[in-house]
Design a protein around this ligand. Structure first.
Ligand code: ATP
Length: 586
C-alpha cells in the first residue's frame, strides 16, 4: 500500500472519536493490507515501531525534528517555529510548509509505500553513535522530501511520538477480530492471546494467517511480558469479604514498583507495569532473582521496595523513585538497596500457570523462592471473616504498609484485566489517623434520598475543648451508618434535642437539628486537614481556618461507655495534626 493511502486512513481516523466508526475504518484498511504490511501498519497506528518492551525509540530530539522539517521545506528554522506556534503541532506545521513547497516539487520523486516509510523510521531508530545525529536528520529530510504534505504530517507526528489518533490497542483488537474472524464474537480470544503476547503486529499476523486456531496456539513466551492483572478497590473489609468470598487470602500491599521478572537460564529480564523493559535500572534485582530462585525458567511477579540496609526497614516509595533520577546505577543500588516481595508465579519450566487457582500458584511459588531478608514471598494470611481481615489490615498498617491486597483463593491469573479476583484495601480509605476518634454529636441534618424515611441523615460532630469546656465542630459525617444505626440514633438522641444551638457548642455551621452534647460516636477518617468552616483550633495553624476530618466514617461503635467530656479533645487532635505535618516534612 502506498503511504499516501495509509495517511488518508490516518486522517479519517483522526476526524472521528466514535469507536464504532474507527473500527469500521480500520476494517477497511486491514482488508487492503498484505501480510508484510499488516503488522507494520498496526505499529504505526499506535504511533510505534515495535512493542513497548522492545524499547525501540526513535530518539529524535524535538529540535532536530524541527530542523528536519525546515530543511525538507527549504525554509529557516524560525519560520518552522512560527508555524509551530500558530498550529500547536509540528505535524500540522510540516503540512502547511510542505504544501507551499510542493508546487515546486520535482515530478520524479519516488512514491512512498508503508514499508519504505516504516523501514526508514526503523533504521533511524537503530542508528547510534556520534555521527548518528546528522545521519538521522539526513534520513528524515530525505523521507519528508519524498512525501506529500499529508504524509509528512503523519510521519512527523509518528517521529515525535505524538500521533494523536486517540486509538487504543483494544480498538485495534476489535477491528482485527471483525476483519479476520468475521465478527466481534471471538474478540475475547484475540484479547486472551494479546494479554499473554502483547505484540500487536504479531497478533495481527496470527489472526490474519491462522485465524482462531492460530490464536489458541499463542503461548507465554520468555522475553515477552504478560499484561499484568490489576485490582479493584473497595473501602471496607465487609464489602471485600462479601465480594471475594471466604476463605480468601490477604497479602500485605507493599508500596514500591511492580516488576514482572522473566528468568531464562542465566538471562533475567525485568518489566514494569507498563511493560517496559527496565532490566538495566535494577542490576541488583537481577542478581537477587538469579540467586534466590530455583527453576531454570520462570516468570514471577513482585513488588520491589526500597529497604534500609542496616535495619532492614522498608523505606518510602519516594526513595525508590530517586533511583530513577540517578545515572550511576551501580552506586545508587548500594545507596538505596532494594528488596523483593514476590506475590505470584505465572510460568515455570515450560508450564504456564495462569489457569491454576491462586492457592496452587502460591504453593508452587513457595517452592521456587529461596527466601532471605531481601527476597521473600509477600506476607500472606488466609482470612475467614471481616474481623480477621480488619486485624490483618491493622497489622499491615502497623508494619508501615499502605494496606492489603485481598485475593480470591480459587481464581486464575487474569492477565491484562482489572477484576474482583484481587481487591485492594488501602490506608487512605481507612485511617491515616492510625487511631479512631471519639466525637460528640452536636447537630444533625434531615435524611435525604434513600434516607428520607429517617429523621437524621447525617451529623455534625465535635471535639471537646477541655480548657474552655465547650464543644467545637470538626466534621459532618453521613458515611458508615446502617439503617439500624440511624433508627437507633433517632431514639438515643431524642432526650437531647434542642431548638437552637446549645450554648456550649461553638459552631459556624448551621444545622437542621441541635442537641445537648451527650452522644459519642467512634469515627475514623482519612486525615486531618485545614478547613475554613469548622471551629476546632480556629486560627491556630492558619488565619481563618480550623481543623477538619477528611472522609469521616462511622465505625459502627456508639460509645455509650463514654461521657461527652471523655471524647477526643481539641488538644489531642492538634497533636495528631502536628504529627502528620512532621511526617510530610520528613
Ligand atoms: P492499579 O495497579 O490497580 O491500576 P495503582 O497503580 O494506583 O493501581 P495501587 O492502587 O497502589 O496501584 O494497587 C495496585 C498495585 O499494588 C499493584 O500493581 C502492585 O504493584 C502493588 N502491590 C503491592 N503489594 C501487592 C501484592 N501483595 N499483590 C499484588 N499487588 C501488590
Amino acid at each position: 500500500m502506498k503511504f499516501s493511502e495509509f495517511a488518508s486512513y490516518l486522517q479519517k481516523l483522526e476526524s472521528t472519536t466514535k469507536k464504532l466508526e474507527m473500527v469500521s475504518i480500520l476494517k477497511e484498511l486491514f482488508s487492503k493490507l498484505d501480510e508484510d504490511e499488516l503488522p507494520l501498519a498496526c505499529y504505526l497506528l499506535l504511533g510505534k515501531l515495535r512493542p513497548d518492551y522492545e524499547q525501540v525509540e526513535l530518539g529524535i530530539a524535538a529540535r532536530l525534528l524541527l530542523r528536519s522539517v525546515a530543511k525538507a521545506a527549504s525554509v529557516s528554522e524560525t519560520i518552522v517555529e512560527k508555524e509551530l506556534k500558530e498550529k500547536g503541532d509540528l505535524g500540522e506545521a510540516a503540512y502547511e510548509l510542505l504544501k507551499n513547497k510542493k508546487l515546486k516539487k520535482l515530478v520524479f520523486s519516488r512514491e512512498l509505500t508503508i514499508k519504505d516509510s516504516y523501514d526508514t523510521l526503523l533504521d533511524l531508530a537503530r542508528m547510534s553513535g556520534k555521527k548518528s545525529i546528522t545521519q538521522k536528520v539526513d534520513a528524515l529530510v530525505s523521507l519528508l522530501v519524498d512525501s506529500s504534505p499529508l504524509e509528512a504530517k503523519y510521519l512527523v507526528r509518528i517521529t515525535s511520538g505524538e500521533l494523536r489518533l486517540g486509538l487504543a490497542d483494544m480498538t485495534l483488537l476489535d477491528a482485527l477480530s471483525e476483519t479476520f474472524l468475521g465478527s466481534r464474537d471471538l474478540r475475547e480470544e484475540v484479547e486472551r492471546a494479546y494479554n499473554v503476547y502483547p505484540d500487536i503486529g504479531f497478533i495481527a499476523l496470527v489472526v490474519k494467517k491462522h485465524k482462531l486456531e492460530g490464536l489458541k496456539q499463542v503461548k507465554i513466551t520468555l522475553g515477552v511480558p504478560i499484561r499484568m492483572a490489576l485490582a479493584e478497590r473497595l473501602s471496607s473489609a465487609e464489602e471485600i469479604i462479601e465480594k471475594v468470598g471466604v476463605p480468601c487470602a490477604a497479602e500485605y500491599k507493599y508500596d514500591g514498583e511492580r516488576i514482572q521478572a522473566h528468568k531464562k537460564g542465566n538471562e533475567i529480564l525485568l518489566y514494569s507495569r507498563r511493560l517496559e523493559n527496565i532490566t538495566h535500572q535494577y542490576p541488583d534485582v537481577v542478581e537477587l532473582i538469579s540467586k534466590n530462585t530455583v527453576a531454570k525458567e520462570l516468570i514471577i511477579e513482585m513488588e520491589c521496595i526500597a529497604i534500609d540496609p542496616d535495619t532492614l526497614e522498608i523505606r518510602p516509595f519516594q526513595e525508590l523513585m530517586q533511583r530513577r533520577r540517578k545515572y550511576d546505577i551501580e552506586k545508587v543500588s548500594k545507596e538505596i538497596p532494594v528488596a523483593l516481595r514476590i506475590f505470584d508465579i505465572l510460568y515455570v519450566d515450560g508450564e504456564p500457570l495462569l489457569n491454576l487457582p491462586y492457592i496452587k500458584r502460591r504453593e508452587i511459588l513457595s517452592h521456587q523462592i529461596i527466601e532471605n531478608d531481601f527476597a521473600k514471598l509477600s506476607e500472606m494470611k488466609i482470612v475467614n471473616n471481616p474481623k480477621e481481615l480488619e486485624d490483618f489490615f491493622q497489622k499491615a498498617v502497623d508494619d508501615g504498609m499502605e494496606g492489603v491486597m485481598v485475593k480470591m483463593i480459587n481464581s486464575d491469573y487474569q492477565a491484562g484485566a482489572r477484576s474482583y479476583r484481587w481487591v485492594k484495601l488501602k490506608k487512605e480509605y481507612k485511617s491515616e489517623l492510625t487511631d479512631t476518634l471519639d466525637l460528640v454529636i452536636v447537630g444533625a441534618y434531615r435524611g435525604m434520598g434513600k434516607r428520607s424515611k429517617f429523621k437524621y441523615g447525617s451529623f455534625l460532630m465535635s471535639v471537646y475543648d477541655n480548657k474552655n469546656d465547650v464543644f467545637k465542630t470538626i466534621c459532618k459525617v453521613g458515611t458508615g451508618f446502617t439503617e439500624d444505626d440511624l433508627a437507633r440514633l433517632e431514639k438515643v438522641l431524642e432526650p437531647y434535642v434542642r431548638k437552637e444551638k446549645h450554648p456550649r457548642v461553638v459552631s459556624n455551621m448551621e444545622a437542621d437539628f441541635w442537641f445537648i452534647p451527650k452522644v459519642v460516636l467512634e469515627i475514623i477518617g482519612a486525615e486531618i486537614t485545614l478547613s475554613p468552616v469548622h471551629t476546632t483550633s480556629l486560627n491556630k495553624f492558619k488565619k481563618n481556618a480550623g481543623l477538619a476530618i477528611r472522609f469521616p466514617r462511622f465505625t459502627g461503635r456508639l460509645r455509650e461507655d463514654k461521657e461527652a467530656e471523655q471524647a477526643t479533645t481539641e488538644e489531642e487532635l492538634e497533636k495528631m495534626y502536628q504529627e502528620k505535618l512532621k511526617k510530610v516534612e520528613e
